[in-house]
Structures are given as structure tokens and as C-alpha cells.
Design a protein around this ligand. Sequence first.
Ligand code: PEP
Length: 262
Amino acid sequence: MAQKFVIGNWKMYTTAAEARHLSQAIAAGIGTDDSVTVAVCPPFPYLSLVGEILKGSRIALGAQNLYPAKEGAFTGEVSPTMLLDLGCQYVILGHSERRHKLGESDAFINQKVRVALSAGLDAIFCIGETLEQRQANQTKTVLDRQLFQGLDGLSAATLTHLSIAYEPVWAIGSSGHHATPQQAQETHAVIRHCFGQMFGERSAQTLAIHYGGSVNPKNADTFLKQTGVNGVLIGGDSLNAEQFLAIVQAGISQTQSQVEAA
Ligand code: PEP
């Protein structure tokens, strides 16, 4: 049985003092059960601070973006080498806010995924359709395009360091819309099928696909228990230690009931 993931995306929130307080509270409350993989992704300026606090804990550090070059004249950008230097294991790439608010293309995201994986980072590759696309029955077409273009040219050897986060754009944050666990499960199956076409059935079966979009302590369990949902990516509720830890606990309980049922 694949290990479940709970990943926090702090987006462009927290001050240094808040980042310190939040990471200390998460580290203090995480407990010793390591049956769920836990990672937090603070803003760039606080990676070092949070990384120091999490050192020795079972919580991994991740970044929210990178620039696809080792180094160079790219004012304002952050390289994979720098992320590794700061102790990052994970990097979120292709988040819908970067696609839609910052205009990132599938081709640019593809460069980032390739560079992240070849640098040795674990890439969390985000995909998802908008509300208009879902209503126009374009969900599969959009996801297939994001997968084929975003993962183009990846070598099979790096796939164990890749996971996918399915985040329907319409269900993120305070949009007022929520995907049902059933919709998440169905769409994860569509993604896994497409991935299988690209990289083979074996790779598709071991691929971790996370769900993201208004996941909270009340509904985390219903998403995590769906077949093919391997983890959750949390935005808003990752900024509150109590809520975030409750979602981790939901993952642990879910894992325990799956072990008991097996
Ligand atoms: C996200 O933006 O990655 C996300 C899942 O946000 P939220 O949990 O706030 O919907």
C-alpha cells in the first residue's frame, strides 16, 4: 500500500515571525507516527528559517517554485541548486496560480519539471481545469494536454521523484465551489490512465496523485479514502497548525483503516 502524503502550500502568506511560530507548532504537534509523508512549502524568504526549525523532525521542506537553470543572470529567480542548498526535498511546479495569474505555459513548466528532477528534487506537478473548461466537458482534454506537454521528454528513471497534484482551479481557496470525493476519484483515474499511456502501466500504478482544493479537517478523510487518491495538497488550512495537524491525523487514521482492512 502506497504511503499517503499531506503537503502544505503556504503560498505568499506569513511574516518571518508567523512562519517561525507555524513551523514550531507543526513540529511540536506532529507526533511520531510516520505512516504519512508530511511536507510544508513556505515562501522563498523563509525556507532557511523553517528548514532550521524542521531539522530533525519528520516534516520535509518544499518550495513553491524554481527557475529552470542551475545558475545565471536571472534577476529575482531561484535555482534548484539553491533549494537543495537550503534543505528542500520537494518543489511545487505548475500551480494554477502560476499558470493563470503569472502566465506560465506548459512548455515553461515542462522545463522546470525536467530541471527539478535532474537536480534531485521531488517535483509535485500541479494540473487542473477551470470551471468553464469543466462545464464545457473539456476536463480530460485539458488534463491530457497539461500532462503530455508538462511531462514531455521525462526519462523513466526520474519518475519515482514525480508526483501529480490534481487541483481543479474552481475548487481552490474561497471559490465557493467544492469538488466531491467522487469527482476527485474519477479525475484521478483519468490522469492515471493518461500517465499510463505516456510512461507505461507499471509507472502509472506507482505514481502518487494528490488532490487539492478546499481540503480541510472535516473533508480530508473523504478524499483520502478514495481509490487512487494518494495524498492531499493543502492551501488555506496549512496556515493553521491545528487544522494542518488534524489533516495529517486524518491521513494516519485512513492509513490505519486500510492496513486493518487488508
Ligand atoms: C492550493 O492552492 O494548492 C490549494 C489546495 O488551496 P486551498 O486548500 O486553499 O483550496
